[in-house]
Design a protein around this ligand. Structure first.
Ligand SMILES: Cc1cc2nc3c(=O)[nH]c(=O)nc-3n(C[C@H](O)[C@H](O)[C@H](O)COP(=O)(O)OP(=O)(O)OC[C@H]3O[C@@H](n4cnc5c(N)ncnc54)[C@H](O)[C@@H]3O)c2cc1C
Length: 332
């Protein structure tokens, strides 16, 4: 998906683009819940102001990529403890996000059927949601409509015909010879479940260790973070644990059938993607977006397009520069 987002930014600037996608299973983009969550992701990561601003501008940029694709649904943090809700509200406010403290009666109005012990909540209106499969389809058709080509096969070095943008997701290991920075990436497997019979249009619900997000194939509950794992095996015990955590928020889910899926996120040491020029001439990277690839795609695409065209980089480029770890090693 990062490759498609970059391709769209480039074809819209009049560049001739071919996207190669081998379509192997495990593409994280199709498994994702689609949360576009600058507020809660920044708060949960204890982000600094710069990272929070990056997340916010990425959310804002979606409107010019695919207008209307992000639903401004907001998201609600749920807790059985008042202190935890105050802590979350404080973190959001310190990062400049709008945070509404909610009491039980407010929560019941927003989402019927909540577990009785969930007495407190915090609503972040800055967060939204997209449907990942629909957004992949929208990016693909927009690239093609603007004159780009999409080839359903693996990219090989012999295909080079000018600058190349590498956005290989978990396929990064195979391309380290083309761009050594890809060797920094490590996999984090994610398993999630969905409830095909639950078509709940409510807000995204989040709590310690679980989120619930409406999806086109039913309500999604996610997700595991399994560092070092790149297989797509479904572990019934992990899925059952997710199901239990989901039912602890909405007890009616306890009797619902669910299906599991897995994807692999790739991550850098600081959790932000590699976007921009590699140390190798004519090679530009869009990789390693960890758990925020959908959120960050518009910013990654703008940084990549500027690098391909040797335009002045957008302000976010320094945070995402693929050379930042090498510089740290030298100066540290
Ligand atoms: C369970 C789960 C939930 C998530 N939820 C969210 C969320 O709510 N919000 C959010 O922002 N992010 C979320 N993420 C993270 C997000 O999905 C990823 O950060 C993002 O999808 C990464 O996109 P990508 O394009 O880098 O990789 P991918 O989506 O994995 O795509 C890479 C593509 O490159 C192809 N490829 C690899 N090598 C080659 C080659 N040599 N030639 C041709 N093609 C090749 C692969 O087959 C694949 O199709 C979630 C991830 C998981 C696993």
């Amino acid at each position: 998906m990062l490759g498609l987002a970059c391709a769209l930014a480039l074809v819209r600037r009049g560049v001739r683009v071919t996207v190669f996608d081998d379509g192997l299973p495990g593409q994280a983009s199709r498994v994702a819940a689609g949360m576009i969550a600058p507020a809660f992701e920044a708060a949960l990561e204890d982000a600094d102001a710069g990272r929070a601003a990056l997340y916010r501008s990425a959310r804002d940029a979606w409107e010019s990529v695919l207008p209307g694709v992000v639903q401004a649904s907001g998201a609600v943090w749920l807790s059985a403890e008042e202190a935890s809700a105050w802590d979350m509200a404080g973190r959001l406010a310190r990062l400049g996000f709008c945070a509404d403290l909610l009491r039980r009666s407010d929560l019941e109005a927003l989402q019927p059927g909540l577990a009785p012990d969930l007495s407190h909540g915090v609503r972040a209106l800055d967060d939204g949601l997209l449907s990942a499969p629909e957004a992949v389809a929208g990016l693909t058709s927009s690239v093609v409509a603007a004159g780009g080509r999409v080839e359903p096969r693996a990219w090989r070095s012999e295909d080079r015909d000018g600058p190349v943008v590498l956005a290989p997701g978990p396929g990064a290991d195979d391309l380290v010879e083309v761009a050594p920075e890809l060797g920094l990436l490590t996999p984090i497997k994610g398993q999630r479940i969905s409830y095909p019979r639950v078509r709940d249009p409510g807000p995204v619900l989040r709590a310690q260790g679980v989120y619930l997000a409406p999806g086109p194939g039913g309500l999604i509950a996610g997700a595991t973070m399994e560092p070092g794992r790149r297989d797509l095996d479904l572990d019934p015990a992990q899925l059952a644990a997710l199901h239990a955590r989901a039912a602890a928020l909405l007890p009616a889910l306890g009797s619902q059938p669910y299906e599991g899926r897995a994807g692999v996120r790739m991550a850098t040491p600081d959790g932000l993607p590699l976007a921009g020029s590699s140390s190798r001439d004519g090679v530009i990277l869009a990789a390693g977006a960890r758990r925020n690839g959908w959120l960050l795609a518009p910013v990654v695409a703008e940084v990549v397009a500027a690098a391909v065209l040797s335009e002045p980089p957008p302000p976010e480029a320094a945070l995402l520069d693929p050379g930042r770890f090498a510089r740290l090693a030298v100066s540290g």
